[in-house]
Design a binder for this molecule. Structure first.
Ligand SMILES: [Fe+2]
Length: 373
């Protein structure tokens, strides 16, 4: 499989993962044949690439795309209303409600947002349990205009993988995922955040209130455990005391919050923002791993360095011998040494492993997300 730019879609390609818009609606189904006619709809949704069959890249998506797309729908409703609109609850029937309640061992019919988040977080924890150690190198379909929902879901995906690989139990994994989903719920009230400029000092101070306001909301949601709500309060605290709102240090920050903070920084850095371009995965990876034990909790940052790779399948990279290669597959614990395919003028090249061949990647020269900009 490989990543194909929307303009590069040619009749007959097979779609490898469900493609969904920011409202969680599936635009092209997994396994479906891509036709030219889908291009306008994808462009309208701001989607600039799809994963297609035929290439040699192997992506670790880890979670079921159906779960992710349904969660996006809920996040959109939740975030747009600052957590105040329960309208999304109306679309669920009796069977759904029973499923949601069962994830929190609840009986009766008192369904709340908390149960829905808990249900999806448990589903995600189940997906994680299908393998012992996981690598996460799936790139979602976000664009500049639908950042908040995708950011919440993708950050939760990364935090879940980190929690799983750190050996946390199912309840801890589900709490980490739930907390991350909710941590920026109040961000939508700061309209200046999406303006095409850097924030002023007073605006930054105001925006930093989202952690406190979010905590005030999430701790009151029926069905949300206290430890998950705490992530909302602490996801911007930093190991060295440089974070906010309280400037907590080291063990004063809950382990799940420390995991959440790293996943949040990584996903934000690798997204284009109105005031800057996206950093490459390699740049964000170096920032986090080089600050292990400093800005970021050592245990969590070191695990991040093992399970989130520095290079993504489909990226083109420059090697130490001056050659150009395409990244094809990552493996757990070898974030800087993926399998690669040398791009040679003859057109013939075998897939080789960086570890076995002694090849070293110097830098990313092209990612599909950069091509969008
Ligand atoms: Fe935040």
């Amino acid at each position: 499989m490989g990543k194909t730019l929307v303009d590069g879609i040619r009749g007959g390609m097979t779609n490898t993962f469900d493609v969904y818009d920011s409202g969680g609606n599936v635009l092209v189904k997994q396994g479906g044949t891509l036709k030219d006619s889908v291009i306008p709809g994808l462009k309208k949704a701001g989607i600039f690439f799809v994963y297609t069959d035929g290439g040699e890249d192997l992506i670790h998506s880890v979670y079921r795309q159906k779960t992710v797309s349904e969660l996006l729908k809920i996040m959109r409703c939740f975030i747009l209303s600052g957590g105040e609109d329960a309208g999304i609850l109306k679309k669920y029937g009796e069977d759904d409600i029973k499923r949601f309640l069962s994830a929190a061992n609840e009986t009766g019919n008192r369904i709340a947002y908390g149960h829905i988040f808990r249900f999806f977080a448990s589903e995600m924890a189940d997906s994680l349990n299908e393998n012992e150690k996981q690598v996460y190198d799936f790139m979602d379909y976000r664009n500049r205009d639908n950042y908040n929902g995708y950011h919440a879901v993708n950050t939760a995906c990364i935090a879940g993988v980190m929690a799983h690989n750190l050996g946390l139990n199912d309840a801890e994994k589900a709490d980490a995922i739930t907390g991350v989903l909710l941590c920026d719920v109040k961000m939508n009230i700061y309209k200046f955040v999406n303006e095409n400029r850097e924030l002023t000092g007073p605006e930054k101070d105001e925006m930093r209130q989202h952690a406190v306001l979010g905590f005030d909301l999430t701790r009151k949601i029926y069905g949300i455990p206290a430890r998950a709500a705490l992530i909302t309060a602490q996801h911007h605290e930093r190991n060295d005391g440089s974070g906010y709102p309280k400037g907590l240090k080291g063990s004063g920050i809950n382990h799940l919050s420390a995991i959440a903070g790293i996943a949040d920084v990584y996903d934000a850095m690798t997204s284009p923002r109105p005031y800057r371009a996206a950093f490459t995965p390699h740049e964000a990876w170096l920032y986090i791993t080089s600050n292990s034990g400093k800005i970021f909790e050592k245990e969590a940052a070191d695990e991040f360095g093992r399970c989130v790779p520095a290079f993504f399948p489909g990226d083109t990279v420059e090697l130490n011998g001056g050659e150009t290669a395409e990244v094809t597959q990552n493996s757990y614990g070898h974030p800087l040494q993926p399998s690669i395919k040398l791009i040679e003028k003859t057109g013939k090249s075998a897939i080789i492993s960086c570890t076995d061949s002694g090849k070293k990647i110097l830098r990313t020269t092209g990612t599909i997300r950069q091509k969008e900009l």
